[in-house]
Design a protein around this ligand. Structure first.
Ligand SMILES: *[C@@H]1O[C@H](CO)[C@@H](O)[C@H](O)[C@H]1NC(C)=O
Ligand SMILES: *[C@@H]1O[C@H](CO)[C@@H](O)[C@H](O)[C@H]1NC(C)=O
Ligand SMILES: *[C@@H]1O[C@H](CO)[C@@H](O)[C@H](O)[C@H]1NC(C)=O
Ligand SMILES: *[C@@H]1O[C@H](CO)[C@@H](O)[C@H](O)[C@H]1NC(C)=O
Ligand SMILES: *[C@@H]1O[C@H](CO)[C@@H](O)[C@H](O)[C@H]1NC(C)=O
Length: 525
């Protein structure tokens, strides 16, 4: 038996595997050694075809673990013996159960037998998939009650949670009046939550109100409307929560802050405490408009610790960005360091004003994305100013710079860019001017490690120009993405380029022929 199994054992029901194997799912015990091995999700998946079907109704404990998996856990001699006890899953639960910390569980495994098998486990993290019917909720609650003393992270993916399910789940996690639960992370994604915001289940409300240890609350892509979002927000306002990350991305919550008023926050002592502790707010893809941006700007004034804000994919337009400008001018010492305004229907007027405001801040923005807004070439000067002053990572992919924009960028570049670490100028149709700009940029930015210049219609001489500047400049560049520049031939042999330009043995240039990326099989959404 593998030694030192503590913290090494994961019981995994691979959700992705389930889909790609046509409804077959896998339940297996493995250890750390296995994860670090060449044993990939794909081959596990193949061996899993003997395992469970969605209609599985047998006993989980008597499932036979495949030889492939056993090879990693048991001695060879055990494997040669067909009747060996270690073939049965129950043996693994007994042996490894006490060390089990993380569990991913598919709906069909969410049965009473599982919680019996996990009696000795001190689970810390539980991920549930495809819980869509009430019949899986009861056994789940049993498991939650059993593990709530150690559980710190709970995640639901592809689930459909009715009001009564949510109520039962929250009630299992949180016993009224007792603060035993140490839940830190509660996350529902790509699911649907069906609660009536006017009659939210009291267990849900009291869970949000009183779980002081909670620092991450995520409801992403889960059919939230403005009413539910408002209910969650105002519950948090009244709570004593110490939340640091709130993620409501990919819902449709426009209007959610329309009743937010500053007075209600200042009103009572405990209220609004969570606004104080919030570091990260993700509102990506929520149909938020200029009015939402205005309300948000008021709320931001009460979030002194906010460091990261994602507003991408919301049509806030220039008036929305002006609300943010007014927030910044009232808060020159704002701690916001990471701001994503990708695809917000901004124009160059709004963005230029915004970039000019940033230069006044005491604590500068470090990561900024204004990608996928139609800004045009006029934005160039303001961009150069902002990367000269403070920005470490800038994303101006797909903003319509064109050759004129790159020309202007290059002309304005004079001073050293001491802070710039990465820049994304992809999809700007800049042609050769893109390369001219880069050859000027590279020697001026000693810390620059990554440039994404893909999809810029660059001709072959662009590559020569860049090689020249890499040869002469003292720089630390690790990666220069040139993919999607069709003028760089796919067939050409780039091996000499890769040999000459390396960083720690890795090629610096990412070129069309070498761009085939390895997609890991078991990368969870
Ligand atoms: C497990 O393997 C044993 C021995 O090979 C076999 O008798 C038994 O039917 C198998 N159990 C299942 C559930 O397939
Ligand atoms: C609040 O959470 C932060 C980490 O997010 C932690 O450092 C701090 O101690 C917590 N405060 C309280 C009162 O629990
Ligand atoms: C978003 O919600 C509003 C009503 O709250 C509705 O009118 C609109 O169609 C929804 N948009 C989408 C894309 O679902
Ligand atoms: C630029 O934006 C894209 C799309 O949002 C994102 O995936 C990428 O990480 C960003 N790149 C940088 C360097 O910020
Ligand atoms: C640059 O932005 C594009 C899209 O806006 C994105 O696909 C790409 O991943 C980004 N590059 C990097 C290096 O983050």
């Amino acid at each position: 038996m593998a030694e030192n199994v503590q913290e090494m054992i994961h019981l995994v029901a691979l959700g992705r595997c389930c889909l790609s194997c046509g409804g077959l799912i896998l339940l297996t015990v493995w250890n750390h050694q296995l994860i670090g091995n060449s044993f990939t999700g794909k081959s596990i998946c193949k061996t899993a075809e003997v395992a469970l079907r969605p209609t599985f109704s047998g006993r989980i404990r008597s499932i036979n673990v495949s030889d492939n998996i056993l090879r990693y856990i048991c001695h060879e001699e055990h494997m040669s013996c067909q009747k060996c006890v270690c073939k049965e899953l129950s043996f693994h639960f007994q042996t490894f159960g006490p060390y089990l910390r993380c569990l991913r569980l598919l709906n069909v495994l969410c049965v009473t037998e599982t919680s019996e098998l996990l009696m000795t486990s001190k689970l810390q993290s539980l991920v549930l998939r495809w819980i869509r019917s009430e019949k899986h909720v009861e056994p789940l609650c049993k498991l939650l009650i059993q593990t709530r003393d150690t559980l710190t992270s709970l995640e639901f993916i592809h689930c459909k949670l009715s009001s009564s399910s949510i109520s039962a789940i929250c009630a299992s996690l949180h016993e009224k009046g007792i603060h035993t639960t140490g839940m830190q992370r509660f996350c529902i994604k790509t699911s649907s939550i069906e609660i009536d915001p006017l009659a939210a289940p009291s267990a849900f409300v009291s869970f949000l109100m009183s779980v002081r240890t909670l620092h991450s609350l995520h409801f992403c892509d889960s059919n939230l409307d403005r009413h539910i979002a408002r209910m969650v927000f105002s519950t948090l306002l009244d709570s004593s929560s110490n939340l640091s990350s709130l993620d409501l991305s990919e819902n449709n919550i426009s209007g959610w802050l329309s009743t937010f008023s500053c007075r209600s926050v200042v009103g009572s002592l405990s209220s609004g405490k969570f606004l104080q502790s919030l570091c990260k707010l993700n509102l990506r893809g929520n149909e938020l408009d200029r009015y939402d941006a205005e309300n948000l700007a008021h709320a931001l004034l009460h979030m002194p610790g906010l460091e990261s804000l994602d507003l991408s994919g919301n049509p806030i337009e220039d008036s929305g960005i002006r609300s943010l400008i007014s927030y910044f001018t009232k808060n020159l010492d704002s701690r916001l360091a990471d701001l994503d305004l990708e695809n917000c229907e901004l124009s160059c007027c709004g963005v230029i004003e915004f970039l000019d405001t940033l230069s006044m801040l005491e604590k500068p923005i470090k990561f900024l994305s204004v990608a996928d807004n139609a800004l045009g070439s006029e934005v160039a000067e303001a961009i150069v100013n902002s990367i000269t002053v403070s920005i470490e990572s800038l994303n101006i992919s797909g903003v319509g710079l064109g050759p004129l924009g790159f020309l202007a960028l290059g002309r304005k570049l004079e001073k050293g860019l001491k802070k710039l670490l990465s820049i994304n100028i992809s999809k700007n149709r800049g042609g050769l001017e893109t390369a001219r700009f880069m050859s000027k940029l590279i020697p001026l930015a000693p810390k620059l490690i990554s440039i994404d210049a893909s999809y810029n219609l660059m001709p072959p001489e662009a590559l020569l120009m860049l090689c020249e500047s890499l040869r002469t400049a003292k720089c630390d560049l690790k990666r220069l993405d040139m993919t999607g520049n069709s003028c760089i031939s796919h067939e050409a042999d780039h091996s000499s380029l890769h040999r000459e330009f390396q960083h720690n043995g890795e090629p610096i240039f990412v070129l069309p022929s070498s761009s085939v990326s390895h997609v890991p099989y078991d990368d969870d959404p």
